[in-house]
Structures are given as structure tokens and as C-alpha cells.
Design a protein around this ligand. Structure first.
Ligand code: PEP
Length: 251
């Protein structure tokens, strides 16, 4: 089964709204030369969503958010709901990023609720999973990935639009990407976990992105693996040319 590849830029807490115009102008110049079969998404910080959404209008680039609150609305100072994101034309949202797991101590139970809210709002979840170095060295990668998939316990079918992102924690922002073989092995383990939940055919149709120090220099080797359906790109996505080069490598 061929799965359309997808490359998402996760800007994290970078690029203030006023800093996004130049990026978007440069990206628009690149778009015509990018492979049309590869989806491209950008996930700016909340304050930049509206401006980036305006800048992307008329382009095929998808607007995403980096997080969402687990409740529908109410007294949650500082939080942002799925319906607010939908109002800004957000079409996908990261859930379970390792920085949320680590700094906010978010758990699978939180991620289940967040994905429920996204689905209610018609937003596709991009669910991030991955092991720490300690867990990999202890031979526990598959066990950790399988525990992270428990966020789907109780889901008879995948959340509509679900995309998975395998992001080994030790590779994020370190300049030390997983080898293509390591990444493909983890993707296969994830896909078999998805097949155990929802059946082979469904699992084969779900996209699993790789994330962790992906750059224009290593993307082609990673994309040579059939199991790798695209990239979730942090640091390298802050440069439009770098992001465009990764999209080209995915094509
Ligand atoms: C990420 O945080 O999603 C990520 C993959 O970061 P980087 O590309 O900078 O490693």
C-alpha cells in the first residue's frame, strides 16, 4: 500500500508572529518546485497561528498546532481548546511530544483526552512516541512504544486522520538522528502494535513519520526506508530552504 508522505515542521517556541512573514514568503517561492505528492505542514506556536494561517492561504501547506488542552472549555487559565484551534483553520495537532511528556509530565491518559477533543473538532492528531536513550540501551524500546500506544485503548478504530510520529528522545535536538535501520525497525514495531489493535489493513494505511535531528543531509537515507512515511522536523524546519530540501528528499 502506498501512503502519501508528509513532512511537518514543528517550530516549538521559536518564530514570533512578526518573524514568520519572511519564512512564509521564502517558502512560497519554493512551493512550485516541491513534489506535489508530499504533504507539508507547519506547526507554529499558538500566537503565530492566525498569521501563519493567513500566510498559507491559497497554498497546499497544512496548518497545525503543537498542543491542545484535554478539556472542551472552561476555567483553565492559559490553555487553548480544540474548538479555538478549529476556529483558526488548524487541521492537525501534535499530541504526546516528548517535551510535553518530560516537562509537563503528561501521560497516555492525557493524550487520549486530547485526541478525543481534537477528533470532536475535526482536527487530525499527530501522536508522538519514542524511547529515551536509557530505555533503548536497556532493550526496552518496543515495550515503551507499546505502552505509549495504550493512549488508543478503548478506540475501536483509529482517530480520523491519525498520523504517528516515531521520535526517539535521544535524537531530538541532539544532531544524532536514528539510523534508517533503527528508525525502520521501530516503525515496524509500531505498525505491528497498530495491526494488533485495528487489523493489518488499517495499520498498513496509517502514516508513521520519523522525527529526531532530521536534516537535508540525512533525510534521503531515512526516506529510502519504505516504512518511513515522512518527517516531523524541529530545528531544520526553522529554515525554509532546509525544510524544502527535506520535502524534496521525501518526493
Ligand atoms: C521535534 O522536536 O519534533 C524534533 C524532531 O526536533 P529536531 O528535529 O530538532 O530534533
Amino acid at each position: 500500500m502506498t501512503r502519501a508522505r508528509l513532512v511537518i515542521g514543528n517550530w516549538k517556541m521559536n518564530l514570533a508572529p512578526s518573524a514568520t512573514d519572511r519564512f512564509l514568503a521564502a517558502l512560497r517561492d519554493e512551493l512550485a518546485s516541491l513534489p506535489s505528492a508530499v504533504g507539508v505542514g507547519l506547526a507554529p506556536a499558538f500566537p503565530a497561528l492566525e498569521r501563519v494561517g493567513r500566510g498559507l492561504s491559497g497554498t497546499p501547506v497544512l496548518l497545525g498546532a503543537q498542543d491542545v488542552h484535554a478539556e472542551k472549555d472552561g476555567a483553565y487559565t492559559g490553555e487553548v481548546s480544540a474548538t479555538m484551534l478549529r476556529d483558526l483553520a488548524v487541521v492537525f495537532c501534535l499530541v504526546g511530544h516528548s517535551e510535553r511528556r518530560r516537562y509537563r509530565r503528561e501521560t497516555e491518559a492525557d493524550f487520549t483526552k486530547k485526541m478525543d477533543r481534537l477528533v470532536e473538532a475535526g482536527i487530525s492528531p499527530v501522536y508522538c512516541v519514542g524511547e529515551t536513550l536509557e530505555e533503548r540501551e536497556a532493550g526496552r524500546t518496543e515495550e515503551v512504544l507499546s505502552r505509549q500506544l495504550t493512549a488508543f485503548d478503548g478506540a475501536a478504530t483509529p482517530p480520523p486522520g491519525l498520523v504517528l510520529a516515531y521520535e526517539p528522545v535521544w535524537a531530538i535536538g541532539t544532531g544524532r538522528a536514528a539510523t534508517p535501520q533503527m528508525a525502520a525497525g521501530a516503525h515496524r514495531a509500531l505498525r505491528s502494535g497498530l495491526a494488533a489493535r485495528w487489523g493489518d489493513g488499517t495499520a498498513r494505511g496509517l502514516r508513521i513519520l520519523y522525527g529526531g535531528s532530521m536534516t537535508a543531509g540525512n533525510a534521503a537515507a531515512l526516506f529510502a526506508e519504505d516504512e518511513i512515511d515522512g518527517g516531523l522536523v524541529g530545528g531544520a524546519s526553522l529554515d525554509s530552504k532546509g525544510l524544502a530540501a527535506i520535502v524534496r528528499a521525501a518526493g
